[in-house]
Design a protein around this ligand. Structure first.
Ligand code: 3PG
Ligand code: MG
Length: 397
């Protein structure tokens, strides 16, 4: 793992510890939390700081509120309530905290949505210095936000007396780093989702390293078009077909491949009750929409996954929210669960699929990151990690 200090190694007894977590959880229209995975994943860091006898402050962003204004819809109140339940202790929520927070050793308080503070998103130096002044030790445990250089993820780490990684951030970097640095081969990646454009960088970067690059969703349609197949009125980005072609040619040249579906499941409209029709990939009609991979293709991909040494999974290969079009994603989820290889998975839809098919315990590592997971896989430097490395290097002289 990268060279950064860790909370686990520090003595923080009696000290003021400021933890930046990623508690940005999905909520329904009434504000109820629909998935508390990120809160659970943050417990270890909070407990660690408390067990060490620190006075603990925890903050996070939630949503993308307008800075300089409080909005109830984006308040961390439901998150504080849930955290209190999970910790089995009170977690008071502090509304105004930038200029000072009262908290005693052995206590934990939650600091309201940091994106309510003016200057947070722009990594404003004055704001970051104020955050830093609140604590003796700054702990970044927000892997999900590590790709953002904001005042609470980056600036504060420059100015705090000490800065380190919490256990979640450390575990993420270690698991993902291990999977990519020296992967057991074959290395198989699944990159799926609606658009090539949003995942072009990761497709290009993975295409240079993986043995098999399984594509799905709208991305697969663009690759099918590039391979000369009919795709009807399926979601697709024709402009990017040449880039897709280039990736296929480049991978083939080094003995790797982007497998192209042999069969697909089509519907006439994008609806749960549209009639599913399985057909060979070459037989897709003008008014068809491809909504899943077909059974032959699913079996072939499942075979690749069962034999893989390492698997990286981001994105469902079909519209798995619709029962008739979930079989491809389910077959892949089960094959990944059965595989003897080490698997890592990340991204909101992927996590939803993992939960739906009950394979959570059989995935090697499930990342709490969406955008951060992708940027890590792309080989980009995550600003929140980069600054911790710089601090660690500075501390050693
Ligand atoms: C996420 O949910 O991907 C992270 O919490 C980052 O949120 P953001 O995209 O609003 O910065
Ligand atoms: Mg919200």
């Amino acid at each position: 793992m990268s060279n950064i200090r860790r909370l686990a190694d520090l003595d923080v007894r009696g000290q003021r510890v400021f933890i930046r977590a990623d508690l940005n959880v999905p909520q329904d229209d009434s504000g109820a939390i629909t998935d508390d995975t990120r809160i659970r994943a943050s417990l270890a860091g909070i407990r660690m700081a408390l067990d060490k006898g620190a006075a603990v402050m925890v903050t996070s962003h939630l949503g993308r509120p307008k800075e300089g204004e409080f909005s109830r819809a984006d308040s961390l109140a439901p998150v504080a309530t849930r955290l209190a339940e999970l910790l089995g202790r009170e977690v008071p929520l502090v509304r105004d905290w930038v200029d000072g927070v009262q908290v005693a050793p052995g206590q934990v308080v939650m600091l309201e949505n940091c994106r309510f503070n003016k200057g947070e998103k722009k990594d404003d130096e004055a704001l970051a210095r104020k955050y830093a002044a609140l604590c003796d030790v700054y702990v970044n445990d927000a892997f999900g936000t590590a790709h953002r250089a904001e005042a609470s993820t980056h600036g504060v780490a420059r100015f705090a007396k000490a800065a380190c990684a919490g256990p979640l951030l450390a575990a993420e970097l270690e698991a993902l780093g291990k999977a990519l640095a020296k992967p057991t081969r074959p290395l198989v990646a699944i990159v799926a989702g609606s658009k090539v454009s949003t995942k072009l960088t990761i497709l290009k970067s993975l295409s240079q390293r993986v043995d098999q690059l399984i594509v799905g969703g709208g991305i697969a349609n663009t690759f099918m078009l590039a391979a000369g197949l009919p795709i009807g009125k399926s979601l697709c980005e024709p402009d990017l077909a040449p880039e897709a072609k280039e990736i296929m040619v480049m991978m083939e040249a080094r003995g790797a491949a982007v497998p192209i579906p042999k069969d697909v499941v089509c519907g006439k409209t994008f609806a749960a009750d549209t009639r599913p029709a399985v057909k060979p990939a070459g037989a897709v009609e003008d008014d068809d929409m491809i909504l899943d991979i077909g059974p032959q293709t699913a079996a072939a991909y499942a075979g690749l996954l069962r034999e893989a040494g390492t698997i990286v999974w981001n994105g469902p290969v079909g519209v798995f929210e619709f029962d008739a079009f979930q079989n491809g994603t389910r077959a892949l989820a089960e094959a990944i669960a059965d595989s003897k290889g080490f698997s890592i998975a990340g991204g909101g839809d992927t996590l939803a699929a993992i939960a739906k098919y009950g394979v959570t315990d059989r995935i090697g590592y499930i990342s709490t990151g969406g955008g951060a997971f992708l940027e890590f896989l792309e080989g980009k430097k995550l600003p929140a990690v980069d600054i911790l490395e710089q601090r660690a290097a500075g501390a050693k002289g």
